[in-house]
Design a protein around this ligand. Sequence first.
Ligand SMILES: Cc1cc2nc3c(=O)[nH]c(=O)nc-3n(C[C@H](O)[C@H](O)[C@H](O)COP(=O)(O)OP(=O)(O)OC[C@H]3O[C@@H](n4cnc5c(N)ncnc54)[C@H](O)[C@@H]3O)c2cc1C
Length: 232
Amino acid sequence: MQVYKTKLISKSEIAENTIEFVLDKPGSFEFRAGQNINLKLPGVLYPDKKGPRRTFTISSAPKEPYITITTRMTGSGYKRTLLEIPYSVDLELIGPMGGMEWISGAPLVFIAGGIGITPFKSMLTERHDEGLSDPVMLFYSNKVLASAAYHNFFSNYQSDNFRYIPIITGDKNWPGEKRRFDLSVLKEYLPDHVKYDYYICGTILMVEQISQELQTIGIAQAKIHSEAFFGY
Ligand SMILES: Cc1cc2nc3c(=O)[nH]c(=O)nc-3n(C[C@H](O)[C@H](O)[C@H](O)COP(=O)(O)OP(=O)(O)OC[C@H]3O[C@@H](n4cnc5c(N)ncnc54)[C@H](O)[C@@H]3O)c2cc1C
């Protein structure tokens, strides 16, 4: 595994309690949309049983000049340190690793819960940069709109073959979809759901439940691609 030096360049709160960190992209660093890295701090300023290293999906796309990671602030010692660390400090970027492979030419359904949106932000930016028009439908579930990271990006994403369904489960005044994602929601939006490949990202529980449900309606395991974020 390659280890690179990087530095924080900027950070901004892009949704409630959700920070996007912009990192310097080392010259020789290459990755595929949807891959992840380990970001190692020189140490932690607050106690943290897991230490100074965490895994994050790269939320930016390969052609962008910087690397971004996006995370919910949980109060862990690691994240409190990351928030406070001066921009001059050297950090270690280890990777890239894993990631869900983009199946080019196939119609895709992306299903994200909360901060599980990060690989899809990268993949959809890449799709735009490459001028691809493979059909994609994105279901993105959050309790409240304020915590939906990149909601404006997806709402304004210009493409004939892209449909964005924000699901807001905890706000009875939300005018759009409020139901938790399940097979009845899927069938309503996509009567021809069998022909799609599925990408799921979120908590372990969410990913396992949806993967199992999809298999009960005949979606082959090979057509289900998933990434589970532990720690949430
Ligand atoms: C392939 C992969 C990709 C990932 N991509 C992302 C990503 O893009 N974005 C992202 O945010 N995460 C991602 N994760 C998860 C990430 O690695 C962390 O596990 C997650 O962000 C939680 O880290 P943490 O430091 O907040 O909590 P952890 O240290 O993992 O602790 C778990 C929980 O305990 C609580 N906790 C821990 N320490 C304290 C403390 N000192 N005080 C109070 N509460 C505490 C927090 O509430 C936290 O949620 C990914 C994981 C994997 C495996």
